[in-house]
Design a protein around this ligand. Structure first.
Ligand code: HEC
Ligand code: HEC
Ligand code: HEC
Ligand code: HEC
Length: 545
């Protein structure tokens, strides 16, 4: 499918991101006149005008349990099973259902409370309202309004209402009531990707628009296929929350200024933390891991960064080619499917997406080729995960070492922590990427190889700091040395007895005992005095940072 003639053009224009583009054999999209207000964001308002796209959009929601079961593939499914074990039905015993150390590796950070498999766009608001990562036991969510950024087309109106300098660091819980957001009308939808008046593709994302601005890239001059991929790059990317020393607190930023490779982002993060006393900036950290006292970076779903220079991205095959294939609804003319799912769900889906190009291959062959990559990536992912755990444990033991120390004990431990941070970030880049390596098989495997090398280096440095005295204790099966923490939640962390159950959780302080304040959109405890009608107190009191 690669159109060789376009290569020189690509080189000439030296495209930054999507590489060269093989334009889809798609019917050109007309410029519509919808008559909608340019600030319209309600999904049903668009749906009335475009009933066919609307019909496919609604398929993102499964009607019942039986429908949900049909979404399973070897490693994925469109229901929120727990990613740290293989005990939550119906994923029991499946290869992709258990990365047992997730709670250990994210200990001290809200991700350790709950982390599930993703599902359709229509669930985005409902799912964020119910996840244990956001603190529902307190007025303050513990996480900023920034978390709404990839869940709803409401963002531009909220930024306008409160200001770019204030909105992001506001309390997440201020925006969760029914007065503020509707789970269906305001979940990820039409206005996130389209201009309401013309339905042309258009960006709502502040971090992506600002990145393009910093690189002097004019969105309007990009090719159609680049726009089709950038629609997804608004959310399916790595990002971080800005430290106040660098601009508006908690604002989302894409860490791409040095490039889109894991190493580029790692270097980028090295001076995005708090201002140092002697000048300059510290390393950026999402949290400090309580066991090894390492400043950590949490990676987030870098689909775009893996795709862009993988086999398909480099050949100009866009996200939409595989995840929004052309389909007929009611026997009418072809439209882009607005059901964003795994193309491997069934043979018909593979026909619609993959076999538009790979016409000479069967659906079965293509599925097996994807599994060939995924099986190999997943095995190395688990090895990298185990080594990251061992690295934290080595630093923990070395830092508490009471025997004779190496001459450069402190320097060796500092370097060991740097390697813990790097090893885990590289592991997480692949763990958080949602295709289990398929979007870029060779990059996924190299990233995991590097992760393993960095984690081994951390173990080596920590051991050397103790003159290798701890080395023999670190041998053997890591699963016995550091048992996986299988259950962890805000509720469990409120009780010291639960903290005492595992060597690692003993490094945490218990959370204050409290009852649910929010259950979904429903308030469980009465409002505090001075609270507004929106359900919570004055904004100034509720700033998280
Ligand atoms: C995540 C991004 C995204 C969302 C959300 C989205 N679209 Fe689209 N839409 C696209 C892309 C990508 C195309 C293909 C554009 C192209 O090929 O130039 C498209 C194409 C279209 C088209 C042009 C005809 C076609 O089918 O190709 C219409 C009409 C449309 N979408 C309507 C809607 C409606 C209605 C909604 C909300 C229910 C919606 N879209 C939500 C990304 C999105
Ligand atoms: C506004 C942010 C946003 C945009 C834009 C966006 N996504 Fe998503 N996507 C999400 C979120 C959030 C989820 C998980 C929702 C959940 O689990 O509740 C998701 C889930 C998915 C899934 C998993 C669905 C499943 O059934 O498991 C696929 C596939 C997907 N997106 C593809 C795309 C593609 C392709 C594009 C571009 C055309 C795109 N997304 C644009 C935020 C976005
Ligand atoms: C060549 C086809 C192809 C392209 C191009 C592609 N993907 Fe995928 N994607 C896949 C396959 C295959 C999977 C694995 C699905 C599985 O294992 O069930 C996948 C998985 C995913 C998932 C997880 C789906 C799930 O069920 O949870 C998301 C999200 C996703 N891709 C987003 C993107 C985004 C965003 C882009 C562009 C930046 C992109 N994809 C480009 C084929 C593609
Ligand atoms: C728009 C065209 C297009 C679509 C759609 C497409 N591919 Fe490809 N695929 C390519 C191109 C181009 C290559 C690069 C090799 C080549 O030049 O033939 C490729 C290569 C591959 C390879 C070999 C390289 C590798 O990364 O392992 C596999 C396997 C593959 N595709 C599977 C799929 C699957 C599965 C889907 C659907 C989920 C899919 N492709 C959808 C165009 C496409």
């Amino acid at each position: 499918m690669l159109k060789r003639t376009i290569l020189p053009f690509c080189l000439l224009t030296a495209l930054f991101l999507a590489g060269c583009s093989a334009e889809p054999q798609a019917p050109l999209v007309p410029k519509y006149k919808t008559g909608l207000d340019k600030k319209e964001i309600k999904n049903s308002a668009f749906g009335k005008q475009f009933p066919q796209q609307w019909q496919t959009y609604q398929r993102n929601t499964q009607a019942n349990e039986a429908e949900m079961r049909k979404t399973e593939t070897k490693y994925k499914a469109s229901f929120p099973f727990r990613k740290n074990d293989d005990t939550s039905p119906p994923m029991v015993g499946k290869p992709g259902a258990g990365q047992p150390y997730l709670k250990n590796l994210w200990l001290g950070y809200p991700f350790s409370f709950e982390y599930n498999e993703g599902r359709g766009h229509t669930y985005a608001v409902e799912d964020i309202l119910n996840i244990d990562r956001i603190n529902r036991y307190s007025e303050a969510a513990g996480l900023p309004a920034t978390c709404w950024n990839c869940k709803t087309p409401k963002i531009p109106s909220w930024v306008e209402e409160f200001g770019d300098d204030k909105f992001w660091s506001m309390n997440f819980n201020l925006f969760r009531s029914k007065e503020r957001i509707d789970v269906n009308e305001h979940t990820i939808g039409c206005a996130n990707c389209h201009n309401a008046e013309t339905m042309e593709l258009s960006l709502y994302s502040v971090p992506l628009k600002e990145y393009l601005g910093r690189k002097n890239i004019d969105y309007n001059k990009l090719s159609r296929n680049e726009k089709r991929a950038l629609a997804c790059a608004q959310c399916h990317v790595e990002y971080y929350f800005n430290e106040p020393d660098h601009g508006p607190a908690r604002k989302p930023i894409l860490p791409w200024d040095k490039g889109l490779e894991p190493e580029d982002m790692y270097v980028y993060y090295s001076d995005k933390g708090k201002a140092k006393q002697g000048g300059g900036f510290d390393r950026f950290a999402d949290w400090i891991h309580p066991v090894s006292k390492t400043p950590m970076i949490k990676a987030q779903h870098p689909e775009y960064e893996f795709w862009y220079n993988g086999t398909h991205g480099a050949a100009g095959v866009s996200c939409a080619d595989c995840h929004m294939p052309y389909t007929r609804v009611d026997g009418k003319k072809k439209i882009s499917s607005h059901q964003w799912i795994s193309p491997l769900r069934n043979d018909e889906m593979i026909d619609n997406s993959c076999r538009q190009c790979h016409t000479d291959k069967t659906a079965e062959f293509l599925r097996e080729r994807v599994h060939f990559t995924q099986d190999r990536v997943y095995r190395q992912l688990l090895t990298a995960q185990d080594l990251s755990v061992l690295a934290h444990e080595a630093v923990r033991r070395a830092s508490e070492w009471q025997g004779e120390k190496g001459a450069d004990f402190n320097a060796a431990l500092a370097q060991a922590r740097e390697m813990v941070r790097k090893g885990q970030f590289f592991w997480d880049m692949v763990s958080a990427e949602n295709s289990v390596g398929f979007h870029n098989p060779s990059k996924a495997l190299e990233t995991l190889t590097l992760s393993q090398q960095y984690s081994r280096k951390a173990v080596e440095l920590a051991s050397s700091a103790t003159k290798y005295e701890i080395a023999k204790d670190l041998e053997g099966d890591v699963r016995t040395l550091v048992p996986p923490i299988m259950e962890w939640s805000r509720k469990l962390m409120m009780d010291q007895a639960n903290l005492d159950k595992h060597v690692w959780t003993r490094y945490l302080k218990p959370l204050p005992k409290s009852e649910l304040v929010w259950d979904g959109q429903e308030r469980k405890t009465p409002m505090k005095t001075g609270a507004t009608k929106q359900g919570i107190g004055p904004v100034s009191v509720l700033q998280d940072k």
